[in-house]
Write a protein that binds this ligand. Structure first.
Ligand code: CA
Ligand code: CA
Length: 231
């Protein structure tokens, strides 16, 4: 009788311990006050379009990633499966499709929420989208003695992610026929440049034209030209 009583007590204690264990396990989730941490790969300047990846991380799981562009509409992205890390490419439209923010300066707010309802403090960043325009060129009149080295003077102006352009110069005679083509190669934009060639052209006045292609493959919108006088 006494033995049985002890056995019942022992069982009761075990049940209580198990019950406390179960509460403790759920307690970890209920006591989670740690909000997610969201980071981005944003840079200061983009050309033509900007795609920014938000990465949200949380020890219990991500439920939502939010963002807001230029103080307009808050976009909510629901993350399926409560992963500990989730990515989202922004900005998006109402349907969740990534869209271009357009040329100009922009403000992006972003934050995330975990599966326990903890909401991260909003982060804010600014970035700029610039237009990658076609290059323009200009040239200066030069003269050369026949048989000597001619030095053509030109400049390429351009806005774009790289400050170089591929340059080709064509010399035309008075009839407009191309009598010489000089491949000047990759040239830095925004600074005075020269290209040389040994001038075996007949004496007379020619015109040289400067063609440039930027890193996006855009040809010049304006062809600079100038006189080449062969004495
Ligand atoms: Ca959490
Ligand atoms: Ca350009």
């Amino acid at each position: 009788m006494r033995k049985t009583h002890i056995a019942v007590l022992a069982v009761a204690v075990v049940v209580i311990v198990m019950a406390i264990g179960a509460v403790a396990a759920y307690g970890d989730l209920a006591s989670d006050t740690q909000a997610p941490t969201t980071t981005t790969d944003a840079v200061q300047v983009y050309w033509d379009d900007a795609a920014i990846t938000l990465t949200a991380e949380d020890d219990e799981g991500i439920r939502y990633i939010y963002h807001e562009l230029d103080n307009k509409v808050v976009r909510l992205h629901r993350v399926e499966g409560a992963p500990l890390s989730a990515h989202l490419e922004v900005p998006t439209n109402a349907r969740g499709v990534r869209v271009s923010p357009g040329v100009g300066t922009h403000t992006l707010l972003y934050w995330a929420q975990d599966i326990n309802g903890n909401v991260e403090e909003r982060h804010q960043l600014t970035f700029e989208v610039r237009e990658d325009t076609p290059p323009t060129t200009s040239a200066k009149a030069v003269s050369v003695r026949r048989g000597r080295t001619a030095t053509l003077k030109f400049k390429v102006d351009d806005a774009g992610p790289e400050d170089v352009a591929q340059v080709v110069i064509k010399v035309q005679n008075k009839k407009g026929k191309v009598v010489r083509t000089i491949k000047a190669g990759s040239r830095r934009v925004g600074v005075d440049q020269t290209a040389q060639f040994r001038c075996t052209l007949a004496k007379g006045v020619y015109t040289y034209y400067v063609y440039a292609t930027d890193s996006a493959g855009q040809a010049q919108s304006k062809v600079g030209s100038a006189k080449l006088t062969v004495k």
